[in-house]
Write a protein that binds this ligand. Structure first.
Ligand code: NG1
Ligand code: ZN
Length: 548
């Protein structure tokens, strides 16, 4: 493409998606995320970048997802998806940030500079898949994405309203047709199809009940489960709540993030004692479970619980199909409850790696095992399988002893039900339901595996959150000076105490996490650490801590 044709990049920007703010924006843990009103020019520019990225990847398809996940309705966001359905390569985050922040006048020259820097062959074809969540600002932003793609002569394909993991899945399938069909229907066929296959093999037993309540967070995940529900033929009886009707607001006092962080049940869900409830987040990539007991106390089954449930079942399948050479590992972050880590290493005897917050770090670490299970405590996670693992299990399914063959065939269905590209609430829900059904367990029995340490999350507003630096997978704080010493001192007063702080990648706050032997102590420790952050890292306002 000759440089003169880049003029359209500027013309589109000026005429349709001008930069109207000087607020600096950064490609963070989950792409760009902020007030929707500040994002149109950013999304347009990411359309440009997606085309450049596609050409650098020899014309393979790149994804763009318009969503702010669990944030409230006024926010929105955009993130790019790489050809294998994974998060954008980290070294491109800086390029994305640069492109998002230049003035309209400098956009043409910066675009040319980026093209040169990454050595993109602009004569190649480029393909970009675009999806969005249910926010009222999403269609306008999706249009900006399309314009960005067109400005650089790429081919956009719009998927309309889809969950984030569905878009990741479609991108992967488009670039690797052995994975599946790159459509929403293709997704249902693979994931729901595998679930139904397994149900034929595993009858409902014991204390497992096929009735499942779901909190849809008034977002896209619930809507898609409503489509799926009709095809389940009673294999799973979904009672869906918070589907976005009746004035229900996206993520407001409901959804996975609300349930996990506030440790309270969501509004809008009927409460029946001991009924298990699955709570999704706004874009359908996080899942937590909970139930209320007969005293109305909530019991949370979060990402750590899902990880341990899946890991123990996968180990069981591995033994049953006799494939001991395959390595299994579990990846967590510092937010994982200490009791879960203890249970995984000491009871399940599975190695655990702790990495920095952000799915890209977890995903990457999980890929170093044949079978890598990764989950954030907030319910974002999945399982990834190496080619070696898939080949081994397929071979056993064909050639093994009868019992091994049966186990391997079940294992293959289990793999098919997994969205390996990224954490996926819908896929994870079917995985969890399968394990509970196979074991004949209800939610209380699932909960009995170990006792969580009481914990608390808070957030603190400071002048510059980047003044906080961390090391050791964010468990130690290296700046500002004196803060870690203060945290160590505070923690030392508590039995089973643990606390850490880190700057958020999606909000302009510092996050505080604590654990201790009782809820009261965990709350107290979190408040003290929050005060230390406020005092030593330039707190803003009058109160140190705000509920997370
Ligand atoms: P930040 O804002 O960086 O803490 C949050 C979650 C991450 C991840 C991203 C993306 C916590 C404590 N943090 O990131 O785990 O899911 O959002 O959505 O849950
Ligand atoms: Zn999400």
């Amino acid at each position: 493409m000759p440089p003169s044709s880049l003029r359209v990049v500027y013309a589109f920007a000026r005429e349709m998606h001008p930069k109207t703010t000087d607020v600096f924006i950064q490609y963070g843990t989950a792409g760009f995320r902020t007030k929707a009103s500040l994002l149109e020019h950013v999304v347009y520019r990411m359309g440009l970048l997606a085309v450049i990225r596609s050409r650098v990847k020899n014309g393979r398809t790149i994804g763009m997802m318009i969503t702010a996940s669990h944030n409230l309705e006024p926010d929105n966001g955009v993130k790019l998806v790489d050809p294998d359905g994974e998060m954008l390569e980290q070294s491109w985050e800086e390029i994305a940030t640069r492109l998002a922040n230049v003035s309209d006048n400098d956009l043409e020259s910066t675009t040319a500079q980026v093209i040169k820097e990454v050595n993109a062959d602009m004569a190649l074809k480029a393909s970009v898949y675009i999806g969005m969540d249910t926010r009222y600002t999403s269609p306008r932003l999706a249009a900006a994405a399309v314009h960005g793609v067109i400005a650089l002569k790429g081919t956009p394909k719009e998927f309309g309203i889809v969950t984030t993991p569905m878009l990741h899945y479609c991108v992967k399938c488009r670039n690797d047709n052995t994975y599946g069909t790159p459509t929403e229907e293709g997704y249902y066929e693979k994931i729901v199809g595998a679930f139904k296959n397994i149900r034929q093999k595993l009858p409902v037993t014991g204390d497992y009940s096929t009735t499942l309540y779901v909190d849809g967070a008034n977002g896209v995940g619930g809507k898609k489960l409503n489509i799926i529900r009709k095809s389940l033929d009673g294999e799973l009886d979904l009672n869906l709540y918070n589907l976005g009707g009746n004035g229900g607001k996206l993520n407001l006092n409901c959804g996975a993030d609300f349930v996990k962080v506030s440790q309270q049940p969501p509004v809008g869900v009927e409460h029946v004692a001991f009924q298990r409830v699955a709570s999704l987040d706004g874009d359908g990539d996080r899942l937590v479970y909970y139930y209320l007991d007969d005293k109305n106390k909530m019991h949370l089954l979060d990402g750590d619980r899902i990880a341990t449930l899946l890991a123990s079942y996968i180990t069981q399948l591995q033994t049953a199909c006799n494939a001991p050479a395959l390595t299994i590992g579990l990846v967590q972050t510092a937010y994982a409850n200490g009791a879960s880590t203890r249970y995984i290493t000491q009871e399940l005897k599975i190695p655990v790696t702790c990495v920095k917050t952000g799915v890209k770090h977890l995903h990457h670490a999980a890929m170093s095992y044949d079978i890598g299970i990764y989950f954030e405590a907030n319910g974002h996670g999945t399982v990834v399988y190496s080619q070696q693992a898939k080949a081994t299990i397929s071979k056993i399914a064909e050639e093994g002893e009868p019992e091994e063959r049966k186990a391997a065939q079940l294992f293959l269905n289990f793999i098919d039900m997994t969205n390996e590209t990224v954490g996926d609430a819908i896929s994870d829900l079917f995985l969890v339901e399968t394990v509970l059904c196979a074991r004949g367990q209800n939610a209380t029995q699932w909960m009995a595996a170990y006792d969580d340490l009481p914990c608390r999350q808070l957030k603190v507003t400071v002048q510059d959150r980047n003044a906080i630096s961390t090391t050791d997978a964010e468990r130690q704080c290296t700046a500002p000076e004196g803060l870690q010493t203060r945290i160590d001192e505070l923690v030392s007063h508590y039995t089973s105490g643990r606390a850490f702080v880190r700057p958020s990648g999606t909000e302009d706050v510092v996050r505080v996490y604590s654990e201790a032997d009782t809820q009261e102590n965990a709350d107290k420790l979190a408040a003290e650490v929050a005060q230390a952050v406020f005092d030593l890292a330039g707190g803003v306002g009058t109160r140190a801590e705000i509920p997370a």
